[in-house]
Design a protein around this ligand. Structure first.
Ligand SMILES: *[C@@H]1O[C@H](CO)[C@@H](O)[C@H](O)[C@H]1NC(C)=O
Ligand SMILES: *[C@@H]1O[C@H](CO)[C@@H](O)[C@H](O)[C@H]1NC(C)=O
Ligand SMILES: *[C@@H]1O[C@H](CO)[C@@H](O)[C@H](O)[C@H]1NC(C)=O
Length: 440
């Protein structure tokens, strides 16, 4: 009975799908971006499918060769831990898959903000800009600052239509803050309210809340146990976890703390995390996942879990490369997509502000990382958000260490001068986990 129902609903889904395609042909003249995206996704799907069939065929041939004694070839497996005798693990079969489609740019350049998905919309909060042109909602938009300025702006990006709309700004500017979504609320934690003096690093200890349903901002009564910038946050089971970041005056890198939404109280998490700033996090199954960042003394490739049920930490597989100030988005099936970020220049110890193209996918169940298609435009100090198998990437800063000499006058934040307004969407087909072993 259940099976029959399932088949009926699948059939209904198919009909709907065909309707959308036909409608797409009719409506194409009106240039509906959602339809174009849909068609693009379909075409990509087809290409991926052809690739998958080809890869599977090649691999099957490999399997034959490997089995027929001493030959070379490739073998497929769903187990990333154990392969056939004499064959070396060669990573995920779908390494390099995915595609970035350029989207309409933002109305102004922006870095060091947060992108938070609620339903089909993505909410961009605060950040840093160097725009001379007035920005609606930013009372300071005509104030020219060599270090750029922190903005209070809230933009809602509709992933169906591509429309971006300015909503009620935050009660005060915030940049380099953390953000988490719980229910219909967006929580903004820590960060800086003012960047006009590059020698000042005085993080906020308050939590701002945007109620998406009411369209209003409020401030929570409880304060962070340690005010901080450049932390990451994620919410699960009525709690918000705030991980890592920099304490006032960059005096220390921090561990984690947790907000109980029922009591409104913040409390520190047990020690165990490798303390770092500029890290990213995601809520997996009884694992608050923390990855990358700067700490203790360089960019980090460390990934670890805080397990709320045990109150303890555990180490997970290293990220394929160290990075800070990147974006990490939770995808369905216990996977985390890690995009771009900041690294040092190869061989230049302690260097930074080098923007990365690299994109890697972490699978929590298999504890394995797989490379994905790279970002067309490298960036760091940006954010991304996942909605329905699409990951939207906004703004940030490109490599700027080697920027023209006049930027030296800009102190610690020269990169703001070249901040990006570009946006992309990452599209991929949901592949089953399949790994390649090769025999030589
Ligand atoms: C304008 O900037 C000042 C100092 O830089 C800050 O205190 C104030 O909150 C800002 N106002 C807005 C609306 O951004
Ligand atoms: C940070 O440094 C400033 C200026 O030196 C000082 O006034 C302030 O108390 C320091 N803050 C903390 C939390 O140490
Ligand atoms: C992660 O970084 C450490 C320290 O630099 C290094 O020893 C290790 O090999 C790295 N892991 C990977 C997967 O590259």
């Amino acid at each position: 009975m259940e099976l029959a129902d399932k088949k009926a609903s699948d059939a209904a889904g198919l009909t709907d799908g065909a309707g959308v395609t036909a409608g797409g042909a009719r409506r194409r003249r009106r240039c509906n971006p959602a339809i174009i995206l849909g068609s693009l996704g379909f075409a990509l799907g087809l290409i991926s499918l052809i690739f998958a069939i080809y890869a599977a065929t090649v691999a099957r041939k490999g399997l034959t060769a490997a089995n027929s004694g001493g030959g070379t070839g490739a073998v497929l497996s769903t187990d990333p831990r154990r392969g056939p005798a004499g064959a070396a693990f060669d990573g995920g079969l779908f390494a390099g898959s995915g595609y970035f489609a350029p989207m309409r740019p933002m109305k102004y350049s922006r870095s060091d903000f947060r992108a938070s998905p609620v339903g089909n919309d993505i909410y961009l909060t605060g950040g840093l800009t160097n725009e001379a042109a007035p920005i609606p909602g930013d009372a300071n938009s005509t104030v020219a600052k060599p270090t750029g300025r922190a903005i209070p702006n809230l933009v809602r990006y509709d992933t169906y239509t591509g429309a971006a709309r300015e909503l009620a700004p935050m009660p005060e500017p915030r940049t380099r803050h953390a953000a988490a979504v719980y229910g219909n609320n967006i929580y903004i934690m820590g960060g800086l309210t003012d960047v006009s003096d590059p020698d000042k690093h005085d993080p906020a200890g308050t939590v701002l809340v945007y109620d998406v349903t009411k369209g209003t901002w409020s401030t929570l009564p409880g304060r962070l146990t340690t005010p901080r910038t450049d932390a990451c946050a994620t919410a699960i089971d009525g709690k918000i976890y705030l991980m890592g970041g920099w304490a006032a005056n960059y005096s220390a890198q921090l561990g984690g703390e947790v907000l109980d939404l029922k009591t409104g109280a913040w409390s520190p998490l047990p020690d165990g995390m490798i303390k770092r700033g500029d890290c990213e996090c995601a809520a997996l199954d009884d694992c608050v996942f923390v990855v990358g960042g700067w700490g203790p003394e360089d960019f980090s490739n460390v990934s670890e879990c805080y397990h709320p049920s045990k109150g303890a930490w555990s180490r997970r597989a290293d990220m394929p490369r160290p990075r800070g100030d990147f974006a990490a988005e939770l995808l369905p099936g216990g996977r985390v997509l890690v995009l771009g970020g900041e690294s040092g220049l190869p061989g230049k110890q302690g260097s930074n502000e080098h923007a990365m193209h690299h994109v890697d996918l972490y699978d929590f169940g298999d504890d394995v990382w797989t490379r994905k298609a790279p970002l067309p435009e490298a960036r760091f100090r940006f954010d991304a958000a996942h909605v329905d198998q699409r990951v939207y990437v906004y703004g940030g800063q490109p490599t700027c260490t080697n920027s023209p000499k006049d930027n030296e006058a800009l102190g610690r934040q020269p990169c703001v001068k070249v901040a990006l307004d570009s946006t992309y969407v990452f599209l991929d087909i949901d592949h089953p986990n399949t790994y390649l072993y090769t025999k030589q």
